[in-house]
Design a protein around this ligand. Structure first.
Ligand code: NAD
Length: 266
């Protein structure tokens, strides 16, 4: 199976690091022009854009806080100014502000919901408006647009000490499925990815040393995931190779969501 995203334009939020950076690099390698959104880390986003441009691709880095409506509007307007179209959105930005529920501040709650859930709503809404105006671009893709929502295994697995994060990702699942139900008749494809434990900045404290050994007990496949495990799936979901996949969540977790603790009868 040969995947080409030539002539397509992809916007990846939170592309200065981790899964966003790997996804942007993989989308560019598949031929898409890529917009790398960053929040506060301009340097790594610009360095990745430079790397893509130097290797014959097309990329720009653009600032924007996905939880702010005006920033999101500006980000998408700048995308159209730069590349003329938008075909793929990877709504990837996310963060954690962990605390026991009795100690969790309203600010910790609102920040996580604001970026992880409201941010995905704002970006998807703006993308959908553009997809509606554009329609299908003949010869470019079978679909009038594709959105990939970065969720987590914690859209399914409750997570003590992280209720704001788990609630945000549970929300992402229903946001994604409801959007898909609402717009797929317009030939817009919306899907989600639920990563398990993937080695990035967000979980550096549990993916190395002794903590990694404890984590591996939760991963039947026996290894921590790498960013490319997710990036490869992003490219596939963005491409016509997955044209009949609508409103699905792809779990990329080495089996973490299979409840491995129950293997020996629980
Ligand atoms: P990361 O910390 O490297 O990346 C998160 C990105 O989100 C960063 O680039 C950050 O700048 C960006 N971001 C944060 N606040 C933002 C804002 N207000 N506006 C725009 N961007 C903002 O971690 P990651 O692991 O690459 O996480 C990417 C996504 O994957 C997140 O949604 C995360 O919840 C999800 N995820 C990661 C894992 C994992 O194991 N790494 C597992 C499940 C889900």
């Amino acid at each position: 199976m040969q995947i080409s995203l030539a002539q397509q334009v992809a916007l990846v939020t939170g592309a200065s690091s981790g899964l966003g950076a790997a996804s942007a690099r993989a989308l560019a390698a598949a031929g898409a022009a890529v917009v790398l959104n960053y929040h506060s880390q301009a340097a790594p986003a610009q360095a990745l854009a430079d790397e893509i441009n130097q290797s014959g691709g097309r990329a720009i880095a653009l600032a924007g806080d996905v939880s702010k409506e005006a920033d999101v509007e500006q980000l998408f307007a700048q995308t159209l100014d730069a590349f003329g179209y938008l075909d793929i959105l990877v709504a990837n930005s996310g963060l954690q502000k962990d605390a026991a529920v009795v100690d969790m501040t309203l600010e910790q709650w609102n920040t996580v919901i604001g970026v992880n859930l409201t941010g995905q709503f704002l970006c998807a809404r703006t993308a959908l408006r553009i997809f509606n105006r554009q329609g299908i671009r003949p010869g470019v893709s079978c679909a009038a647009g594709k959105i990939i929502h970065m969720s987590s295994v914690h859209q399914l697995i409750p997570w003590a000490g992280h209720v704001n994060y788990a609630a945000s990702k549970g929300g992402v699942e229903m946001l994604m499925r409801s959007f898909a139900q609402e717009v797929s008749h317009q030939k817009i494809r919306i899907n989600g990815i639920a990563p398990g434990a993937i080695r990035t900045a967000i979980n550096r404290d549990v993916t190395q040393g002794e903590a990694e050994q404890a984590l591996l007990k939760l991963i039947p496949y026996g290894r921590v995931g790498e960013a490319d495990d997710v990036a490869n799936a992003v490219v596939w979901l963005a491409s016509d190779a997955s044209d009949y996949v609508v409103g699905s969540t792809l779990f990329i977790d080495g089996g973490m969501s299979l409840y491995p603790e129950f293997r020996g009868n629980g």
